[in-house]
Write a protein that binds this ligand. Sequence first.
Ligand code: BGC
Ligand code: IFM
Length: 809
Amino acid sequence: MKYGYFDDSQREYVITRPDTPKPWINYLGVDSFFGIISNTGGGYCFYRDAKLRRLTRYRYNNIPLDSNGRYFYIKDQASGEYWSATWQPVRKELDKYECRHGLGYTKIAASYSSIETEVLYTVPKGETLELHQVKITNSGNTVRQLSLFSFVEFCLWDASEDDRNFQRNLNIGEVEVEGSTIYHKTEYRERRNHYAYYHVNEAATAYTTDRFAFTGTYGSLEKPEAVETGELDKQIASGWSPVASHQIDVTLEPGESKTLVFVLGYAENEPEKKWQSPGIINKEVAHSSIKRFSTPESVEQAMAEIQSEWNKLLAPYLIKSGDERLDRMVNIWNPYQCMVTFNMSRSASYYESGVGRGMGFRDSNQDLLGFVHQVPERARERIIDIASTQLLDGGAYHQYQPLTKRGNADIGGNFNDDPLWLILGVGGYIRETGDIEILDEKVDFENESSLAAPLLDHLDRSFTFTLNNLGPHGLPLIGRADWNDCLNLNCFSSEPGESFQTTANQEGRTAESLMIAGLFVYAAKEYAEILRTLGKEDKAESVDAAAAKMVETIDVHGREPEWFLRAYDYFGNKVGSPECEDGKIYIESQGWCVMAGCGHQDGFARKALDATEKHLGTAHGLVLQHPPYADYHLNLGEVSSYPPGYKENGGIFCHNNPWIMIAEAMLGNGEKAYDYYKRIAPAFREDVSEVHGQEPYVYAQMIAGKAAARHGEAKNSWLTGTAAWNYVAITQHILGIRPGYEGLIIDPSLPADMGKVQIERVFRGCTYKITLQPAASGASPSIIVDGEVTHSNVITPQPEKTLSVLATY
Ligand code: BGC
Ligand code: IFM
């Protein structure tokens, strides 16, 4: 069952009923100001950091679900009836409802008793504000007297404090009203250096700034007292909860429309005025933004810029295949999600509360692989930011705060896979851009400029970090966890009440990871290529030798009869072996060891991937391990704390499925690789939206596994490394158009019945017009560039030129 449809010509997903299984959201903004918006107008916005600079308040896990946002109520003054232009929060049944989520904007259209509304939400490029444009049309044949009420509730900036420190919060709210602009001036501990405002380009009939005055003390957003009585009271909030609501009375003749432009913005005082006395803000900043967006034409202009920005961002990789689901994933929605994960990391979604996590070291490096071709200069900056938090021994802070860009000491490090992802991130960047100069860039360690060293040094320390942290079998020590955050294998205390996250014995850590072993060998290949590009052959050979030794170690200590082992725990017990009661086979080590090249020669890789399909395969994707843990095991940690079939305990963790796709593609099994791709790609799951539950246009982190009661139901949409890895799997390994150090690599691994696929790829200034088509029966694959047969599948870019490539597969 579907709740809408894709409108590919507009690059939109059109939701045709408001009561989707869960709120289906979209993101506004691409640089520093962001909004999250649901299909019923829910969500919130923030400047840079969802924790420290949150403009509007959102209540996660609320009842009813998703009931705070930027809302518009329409009241018919004659009949007294009122409704919401976005269905929520009033939820009156509408005659018509349609939500169009597009790239960087959302439009919600509604109609009730012959009054049509269309609300457009967007964040213009380079601005620190949201635009809400409301168009109201009288499509009936009588004159109508209407009142429009806007509503936003302000957050007191620090979203974490806002949610808990009520003894303070309920005293500090401050607002000011100037014409149709409501300023939110509350300071939060640091003296006031920023403020928010909500403006409308029309003289407001009335306003209120106090939540209780709007809803009534025991009222609700569904039935606000002020809307019921039909009049706002011009209250100036003091303490309690500041809100902004404008009342605009409008009389509409039959057929007449009115368009209003609301600006919800963030502004900063000049730094020198930061410490001035409370109550004074520099309104000039707001005034000039408001002026820029005072007409519908300026909104149209902002929308045109957003469209052209997206044309530019999507242009480097476009395909036309015989399947529109594949085309819309590759051309539109997957790169769009990659950009959002790049901007948000794992901080703010409908499942990430914005207060918990900043930018992840491993996450951001992986995200980079999915968007580097769209915004290489921002990828460069991101690499420098991430590497600046690296520790001197090559280890990493697991996360950093986007506002300060400093490593987060509360969370610390010791996730031993972290450093290796930096090699993959930098490698991905250089392969795309050819910018090897980045390796000379002086980059801080531990955010200390006195410790700065060339980026190449950072890579070297990342690499040697693994070699300096090997365990009893010569395999990499896992530390607190590797990619699988929940595999906490250094937990050995059996003290009752002790939690798995705090029991690790710092001195005696011995647990080892086969996933890191595979990742190390894969990263070593990338690092050696980087070194060779720099002409450092000796060093590259020593890297190769270390990788070869690790491959031997994997062969000796990492093979079970039919698949790769996952790990050794603190006691040296196997994890992910047929000898285990539960968790006999894990996905991560199959993916990484095969991607690293292990077992390709002697058929073991094939065997491991067959076992993966047999034990982990379901119609909804591959589960993370099997069987899931039925009980909690202290020596395994959080992984065994989830109910069977959910999250890391046997859920379909969509982030790691593409590793198996890539592994299959590497073994030449395009059929299977694409089959796995289709099982989890959201556009291919649209028809089962009632089961899947989450947005059919973006990936979710997890789909409940076969042991779960709700097998096939997705959770935690949007912010997941799934976006980048699926993009890499489909574009670089299945379609097989991959950036290399010397040129663009053409290496498709497609199912035989895929037919003809056309790809336009802009790479280092050169446009490649590529046709992939099945080889004639009995013929081997070949590549023809500009009419000439070539014997290499690496095609050197010719800047400013267009190359025509015909490759058979
Ligand atoms: C959390 C887990 C979660 C994982 C990935 C960890 O930090 O503890 O519950 O599954 O992150 O989201
Ligand atoms: O690898 C992690 C990631 O850092 C956060 N989300 C879940 C993944 C698997 O545990």
